[in-house]
Design a protein around this ligand. Structure first.
Ligand code: SF4
Length: 462
């Protein structure tokens, strides 16, 4: 089966990066400028005036079980009653923000993530959806993308029935790994048979899209164990597969201190896992979309990419151009025009703000021309694996090569290494280089190039 990417061991050793992908720019750790309630209300008014399409993003930052590899800001608790108070705060926040949006604006995309969204019980999930329906134009047809993250340990047929009944048509199952030894090492035990039942339920209930997320590079994971996990996943034939690299950062994520560093696979083993993945995925008919996403040829992402209609946003890939995203919940990300922010991940502070009818604290960045230029470049790389310098020059009134004169020698080195084809007019990732697009993106990240750069800095594009 033909594939749009192929394996090159030399490029892996030089350009494989263990770093978060650029769903947005700057990366969240560099978007930490306090964003006032006034700025948020103004951005909402402008979104309303320009009648931009709207996506909703809701965060449920609670989990009943701790995974030792977790990189999310979530609270681990067995006390399920905490969802009641959290849901009340969410409803307060929705009521504060919703009046600033045109009620006629259809919600093109809705995503509930976490944490574990099904930490809310079925009644609470219904209550949340009712609240959204009261305040937004949640469409009843099946063409918009309404998806939810699923922890297989927390979901069964009955849950799937409720999710479909209240309007979800996409699920993202966080499988991570199927090998028992690896599951024990990260404290995430479940069976492939159970995931199979969830997928069967999704197909029977006519969910439009089933996506499975796997993680490679986990402790105790051998290339053989990884091969089995991927083969068993492919038998379930999800529409999309996300392959995330495990990043061991115990200083940043204390729960990861429970992972023994020597259990983490070596770099040659990681290379083997990735090359094996490419072969298996191509043979099963999956295309590499970009970042860490693969999709079947008839999936919406694949067809949108062919048509040049694939976009990047805070929720990952999207097929809706110029859409704004409004987030609700502690740690939820929003993108309203040029304002990009995340509400405080401290859910106690989040709840006390909402309960006293104030917007919770938020941190982010207001995009300036420099950010827009770099975001456009990253989006071109991540959606089309290419850049047309003339288009960028006309849009931003720059001479590309002169403007990026410091970055140019690095691009030339990548050209010489076979990662990309560089000319005066354009840049194209080669089939061998596409898997390492992140390394090219990092060249254009001014925050990595100048670590002292402060969020919110205004750099003039000439
Ligand atoms: S990996 Fe997901 S399910 Fe596991 S603790 Fe983190 S957020 Fe919760």
């Amino acid at each position: 089966m033909a594939t749009n990417t192929s394996w090159n061991a030399q490029l892996f050793s030089r350009y494989h990066r263990l770093h978060a992908q650029y769903h947005s720019y700057p990366a969240p750790e560099h978007a930490q400028y306090p964003i006032s309630a006034f700025e948020r209300y103004s951005a909402l008014r402008s979104s309303r005036a320009l009648q931009r399409p709207l996506a909703l993003n809701i965060n449920i930052p609670f989990c009943a079980n701790a995974c030792y590899n977790c990189t999310h800001k979530t609270t681990i608790t067995k006390d399920r009653s905490r969802s009641t108070a959290y849901l009340q705060s969410l409803e307060h926040e929705i009521r504060m923000l919703a009046p600033h949006i045109r009620t006629a604006t259809p919600i093109t995309q809705l995503h509930i993530g976490g944490g574990t969204p099904t930490f809310l019980n079925s009644l609470e999930l219904r209550q949340l959806m009712r609240c959204l329906q009261q305040h937004f134009n949640i469409v009843s047809h099946n063409f918009c993308n309404y998806s939810i993250d699923i922890d297989p340990r927390e979901t069964d047929w009955a849950t799937m029935g409720v999710l479909r009944d209240i309007g979800f048509n996409g699920i993202h199952i966080m499988v991570q790994a199927l090998d028992a030894q690896v599951q024990r090492a990260i404290n995430c035990l479940h069976t492939v048979e159970h995931t199979q039942k969830i997928v069967e339920a999704a197909r029977t209930l006519q969910f439009r899209q089933v996506s499975i997320s796997l993680t490679y590079g986990l402790p105790k994971q051998t290339p053989q164990a990884w091969n089995t996990t991927l083969s068993e996943t492919l038998l379930l034939a999800p529409d999309r597969i996300r392959l995330q690299a495990f990043m061991h950062q115990p200083e940043q994520y204390p729960i990861q201190q429970r992972i023994v560093a020597t259990d983490i696979p070596s770099t040659p083993d990681l290379a083997l896992m990735l090359s094996d993945s490419l072969e298996q995925l191509a043979n099963a008919g999956y295309r590499y979309i970009g970042m860490d996403y693969f999709a079947l040829a008839d999936d919406e992402y694949s067809t949108a990419q062919e048509d040049g209609a694939l976009y990047c946003g805070p929720l990952g890939y999207s097929t809706c151009a110029s859409s704004d995203t409004l987030g609700f919940g502690a740690g939820a990300i929003s993108q309203l025009g040029e304002l990009y922010y995340c509400t405080s991940t401290d859910h106690t502070a989040y709840q006390s703000a909402c309960n006293t009818h104030q917007l919770p604290a938020a941190y982010g960045v207001r995009h300036n021309a420099e950010h827009n230029l770099r975001k456009d470049i990253l989006d071109g790389l991540n959606t089309q694996f290419s850049l047309d310098f003339k288009t960028i020059e006309q849009r931003y009134h720059i001479d590309f090569q002169a403007y990026f004169s410091k970055e140019w020698p690095q691009l030339q080195r990548m050209h010489n290494d076979g990662l990309l084809q560089l000319s005066e007019d354009s840049l194209h990732m080669t089939p061998q280089g596409r898997l390492f697009t992140l390394a090219v993106c990092q060249i254009f990240d001014q925050y990595l190039a100048q670590p002292t750069l402060k969020p919110g800095v205004r750099t003039q594009v000439i």
